[in-house]
Structure formats: structure tokens, C-alpha cells
Design a protein around this ligand. Structure first.
Ligand SMILES: [Zn+2]
Length: 313
């Protein structure tokens, strides 16, 4: 039997091949006939039980009064940012120029990079879902905890919130989003992995976000990075208000960028599947805005009961 030695050789070679293979998203795994490791095969901490993204059920999220307003610093600074195709997404390098405190965070967090997740279809591109609804894109601003800024020694050493990601869902609107346009235009200059460029016009991080007064509404939970090694050290903030981009701006991400240097596979559907929430709680920043007055009958019944009791006494 000549087949057996061949099979044994193949089996021996396989672990090496696996270790060598790079991680990828499902769409790439399928296109490459599983030459790269799709999400179900990701290593590191990716199989643990405090993973991201998750589906957020807004009615089940608990109000946490500590989740107050964010204080953004450097977010208003206009700059021609460096933009990079990192083979998994398009990344804007933020070079420690901005930071964030408040919002229930235990320390000051410095902005490192921003990147996005998307799909060609407008209901398949976000990583987190809200009440089962998936949006066109999701933007992640990744921050690292700044040493010496924690409220307490204990909080400084908590590994669960070493990274703070501010996540914004994106949906298609009817107008062009001028704030995003310098980034959208930069995409044409970084079609292939490892390519870099600089934006032609300066924009601030605030130019990319929804209106500032809406940023008081957000969800909070502890989870992980959504790419390997999926380290469970992320304090997640998912904002309720969506960013609006024109559908052509959303489409540009899928049409201008590629996963591979041969430009065979369009960069799209760079979305990790939903993970189990398990025992984790999701919190929200405040009770729903409109507190309705108590309906009349709930006031009248006790009043009448009292009156009646008074008469009968
Ligand atoms: Zn991300």
C-alpha cells in the first residue's frame, strides 16, 4: 500500500500547514478553498466565553447610572491621517493624538487606530447587531488604557478593560457624508494589503461621528477583540445613534479594496460571526428618553380606594 505512507506524510505536514496559514474571514476561506483559517478555526483566545461581537437586546440591557457622558479630547483636531490596507480592513492610524475619558471608563484611554467592517449588502456589514438587526458597516475606534490615569490601583491592573473600543454602526442615508469623504477617497490609493497613503484633506474624529448630543446613548459590555488572538481585554461601547453614509460611499469600501495582492478577492464581509453572550450583562447609559406620565387609571384607582375607605370608616 503506497497510499498509507502518503497519507501519513500528509497528516504530519498538516499541523505545520495550519500554523503557517493565516487567519481570514469566511468569504476568503471559501474563495481559497480553505487555505486560510476562517473564524471557526481561529486560535488564541477565540474559543473562550467572553468573546465579541454579540447581539445586543436593547430591552434586556440594564440601566447603569455610572455610564455618564464621554469627554473627548483631541477628537476635534483636523488632520490628514495615514491610511493603511492591513489585509483585513482599512485602518486609520491615530498616533495618540486623541483620547477619551468618562462614559463609565475607569481611566483615560488613548486613541490608537480606527478601522471598519462592512459588506456589499446593506444589512450584513456590522459585527454587533441591535435586536438582531445587522447594519451596513461598523466603525471601531480602538483606544488603550493610559498608565497612571486609573481611578484606583485595582482598576489600573484590571486586564479586562485594557482596550476600549468605541463602536459606531453605519447605515445608508440619502446624503453624502462629507466628513467621511477624505477617507473614502483614500481607499483608491490602498487597494492591496500593506499599502499606505495619507488623506488629501484634513478631518477630525468628530467629523466621522454622529451628532455629539446623541453620544450619551450607548451600550456597554466586556468582551474581546474581534480578530485573532481575540484577547478578552476590551471594554466595548456600542453607540445607539447610527452614522449615515451615502450608499455609494459604503460601496466604495467593497469595490476599491482587496484582501490579496493579486486583487482577485474584493475586501468585503470582514465580519466575525456573533458570539454567545453567556452570563455577561449588557448595560445601557440611561433609561429611554421619553418617560411617559403614569396613565390616569393607575392614579385614580388608589385615590378612589382611599376615599371609599374614608367614607366606610
Ligand atoms: Zn474591528
Amino acid at each position: 500500500m503506497r497510499l498509507l505512507p502518503a497519507l501519513l506524510a500528509l497528516a504530519a505536514a498538516r499541523p505545520l500547514a495550519c500554523a503557517d496559514s493565516h487567519w481570514c474571514y469566511d468569504i476568503q476561506a471559501k474563495a481559497s478553498n480553505y487555505a486560510c483559517l476562517g473564524p471557526s478555526q481561529w486560535g488564541g483566545d477565540c474559543k473562550k466565553n467572553r468573546q465579541s461581537p454579540i447581539n445586543i437586546v436593547t430591552t434586556k440591557a440594564q440601566v447603569d447610572p455610572n455610564l455618564g457622558l464621554f469627554s473627548f479630547s483631541g477628537y476635534d483636531k483636523k488632520q490628514k491621517w495615514k491610511v493603511q490596507n492591513n489585509g483585513h480592513s482599512v485602518m486609520v492610524l491615530l498616533e495618540d493624538e486623541a483620547s477619551v475619558t468618562g462614559g463609565g471608563l475607569a481611566a483615560r484611554y488613548r486613541a490608537k487606530q480606527m478601522h471598519l467592517h462592512w459588506s456589499e449588502e446593506l444589512d450584513k456589514g456590522s459585527e454587533h447587531t441591535l435586536n438582531g438587526v445587522r447594519y451596513a458597516m461598523e466603525m471601531h475606534i480602538v483606544h488603550e488604557k493610559e498608565k497612571g490615569t486609573s481611578r484606583s490601583e485595582k482598576e489600573a491592573q484590571d486586564p479586562k478593560d485594557e482596550i476600549a473600543v468605541l463602536a459606531f454602526l453605519v447605515e445608508a442615508g440619502s446624503e453624502k457624508n462629507d466628513g467621511f469623504q477624505p477617507l473614502v477617497e483614500a481607499l483608491s490609493y490602498v487597494p492591496r494589503p500593506k499599502m499606505n497613503t495619507t488623506m488629501n484633506d484634513g478631518i477630525s474624529l468628530l467629523d466621522l461621528l454622529p451628532k455629539k448630543e446623541t453620544l450619551r446613548h450607548y451600550f456597554r459590555y466586556l468582551g474581546s477583540l474581534t480578530t485573532p488572538g481575540c484577547e478578552e481585554k476590551v471594554v466595548w461601547t456600542v453607540f445607539q445613534e447610527r452614522i449615515q453614509l451615502h450608499k455609494d460611499q459604503i460601496a466604495a469600501f467593497s469595490t476599491k479594496l482587496y484582501y490579496d495582492s493579486e486583487q482577485k478577492l474584493k475586501m468585503t464581509d470582514n465580519v466575525r460571526p456573533l458570539q454567545r453572550q453567556g452570563q455577561r450583562l449588557v448595560f445601557k447609559s440611561q433609561a429611554p428618553r421619553q418617560l411617559l406620565p403614569l396613565p390616569l387609571p393607575t392614579l385614580l384607582v388608589p385615590m378612589l380606594t382611599c376615599l371609599l375607605a374614608g367614607f366606610l370608616a
